[in-house]
Design a protein around this ligand. Structure first.
Ligand SMILES: *Cc1c(COP(=O)(O)O)cnc(C)c1O
Length: 354
């Protein structure tokens, strides 16, 4: 820290992204990216848009909003576009939290919620998951706080039903409930269809996981037009050109090829079931996952050792050195080939372990 760094950030612990080491070629199963390239449609549109990079991107993101609205069955005024969904999460902390309205989220969830709360100076409550790592809906009733819930949750992969989400919305009529659907395309049911019924619902999604555009940085939110207007006010006060024109075009291209996304998600879900079964046969405890990853605990329950041993064999998974998490590793679901390499290496490690 330099002697010039603002005091208000002196105690900030920034988010730690999954490692992206360059020392050798790894099978990367640690950051929940797609193993598949972007749709050819997305690449084609991106290349065409690159020819106009001398111009600013459209600050209203109109064409992309219209396409998203059409694909999701909402109005363009109910859509917000952002530089990855991380950005709209940040904007939501700015827009819907303050001294009187603190934040609440599960104690085990996406690590960025806590970082954004600290960064924006918002008080927050972390609500413990149940014994089986699931969210108890009643714990989120009438809190008087802005609620952030990842559904499916990360890193557990567990899913709340739409009925459960509706009860949380009904029991917080005076507060925003943000449902972070980064992983919704891998078997869950989206809450976007509820935005007309609940003016306190904001749903965020991303092109990073199911649409193979993590490097493009594209996210979105769906909600009541007034909620979206609040986010626009924040955005136009920070960075009106938050989504670049190449990425915006790639996003439209990806949406024109939903068939490709559906097919890839289908493969991931098949590989997820396959990998879970094989790991269970090796004695792992595997949480039932609705995401493109598995949260799995090896026999003996030492996630850290397994993480290290896999890394030595050229396979990266994610390990969280924290209470209730260190028994597990989080494994991104990749191609069948990548999963077979993981299973082979894991089986060797288990044999070598005394
Ligand atoms: C990956 C992820 C995000 C952020 O994704 P972006 O790449 O910023 O769109 C948000 N929430 C959860 C739970 C995630 O896992």
């Amino acid at each position: 820290m330099s002697r010039f760094f603002s005091n208000k950030y002196a105690h900030l612990t920034p988010y730690t992204p999954g490692e992206q080491p360059r020392d050798r070629r790894y099978i990367k199963l640690n950051t929940n990216e797609s193993p598949f390239p972007p749709s050819p449609k997305a690449l084609e549109r991106a290349a065409a848009a690159a020819e106009n990079l001398q111009l600013y991107s459209d600050p209203t993101a109109l064409a992309l909003k219209q396409k998203l609205a059409q694909c999701s069955g909402v109005q363009p005024e109910q859509v917000f576009c952002s530089n990855g969904s991380d950005e709209v999460l940040y904007f939501a902390f700015l827009a819907y939290c303050d001294k009187n309205t603190p934040a609440a989220f599960p104690d085990i969830s996406y690590g960025f919620y806590k970082v954004f709360a600290q960064f924006t100076g918002i008080d927050y409550t972390m609500i413990p998951l149940q014994e089986d790592y699931s969210i108890r809906e009643e714990d989120y009733f009438s809190l008087g706080k802005t609620i952030f819930i990842a559904n499916p949750n990360a890193p557990t992969g567990k899913l709340l039903t739409l009925a459960q989400i509706e009860r949380i919305l009904q029991n917080n009529p005076s507060n925003v409930v943000l449902i972070d659907e980064a992983y919704i395309d891998f078997g869950g049911e989206s809450a976007v269809k509820l935005v007309d019924r609940y003016d306190n619902l904001l749903v965020t999604q991303t092109f990073s996981k199911s649409r193979s555009l993590a490097g493009g940085r594209l996210g979105m939110a769906f909600g009541n037009a007034k909620l979206i207007q609040d986010l626009e006010t924040v955005k136009f006060s920070i960075n009106p050109y938050n989504v670049n024109s190449v990425t915006m075009a790639a996003g439209i291209g990806a949406l024109e090829d939903e068939e490709y996304t559906r097919k890839n998600c289908g493969i991931i879900m098949e590989n997820r079931a396959y990998t879970a079964k094989k790991l269970e046969e090796m004695g792992f405890t595997v949480l039932p996952s609705f995401a493109n990853f598995l949260f799995a605990s090896p026999p003996g329950g030492d996630g850290g050792s397994l993480y290290k041993a896999l890394k030595d064999k050229g396979i990266l998974v994610r390990y969280f050195d924290a209470t209730r998490l260190r028994e597990f590793v989080r494994i991104t679901i990749g191609t069948r080939q990548q999963m077979d390499a993981l299973l082979e290496a894991t089986s060797q490690i288990l044999e070598e372990t005394p």
